[in-house]
Design a protein around this ligand. Structure first.
Ligand SMILES: [Zn+2]
Length: 153
């Protein structure tokens, strides 16, 4: 038998910009207010908790802060050429669009794309580093009508 602990979306938010590869409409640089929800499933611990709610919320916030007010760039994309200088990051797309961002405004992510599905998995994987023995589900709302879900084992 297992229990669930749920931290809801309205509690943890980050705002970030990104672009997806051509030919999608989202290939133009744009932003979202992302809302993160997390479900943790596990047997109760010795204190009869699935997880310490306050600690969980803090951990989610800490992860969200690393993405907040950043341009999210997928480091593992096969469609982007990314080069770094001391202060800036240049990104050239497969259609030869060229962006230059100050390094401080960019979060390079170990992902092939910055879809909400993969961002949900990214948040999941970060939480899993902390809560390795628990089953974690991350829901990432990118707009009122669209939410991506990553369900871990
Ligand atoms: Zn988008």
């Amino acid at each position: 038998m297992s229990y669930k602990a749920i931290v809801n979306a309205t509690q943890v938010k980050f705002s970030a910009s990104h672009f997806l590869k051509e030919p999608f409409q989202c290939s133009k640089l744009h932003g979202h207010n992302y809302y993160v929800s997390v479900e943790v499933e596990a047997p109760l611990d010795e204190n009869y908790f699935v997880v310490d709610f306050i600690e969980l919320k803090e951990k989610i916030k800490t992860i969200a802060e690393t993405l907040d007010h950043r341009v999210l760039i997928p480091k593992l994309s096969r469609d982007l050429t990314i080069s770094e200088t001391l202060e800036s990051i240049e990104v050239v797309t497969n259609t030869n669009k060229r962006y230059v961002f100050p390094k401080t405004d960019v979060k390079l992510l170990p992902l092939p794309e910055t879809t909400s599905e993969l961002l949900a998995k990214y948040v999941h994987d970060k939480l899993k580093e902390i809560y390795s023995d628990k089953k974690i589900t991350v829901k990432l709302e990118e707009s009122k009508s669209t939410t991506a879900v990553y369900k871990g084992d």
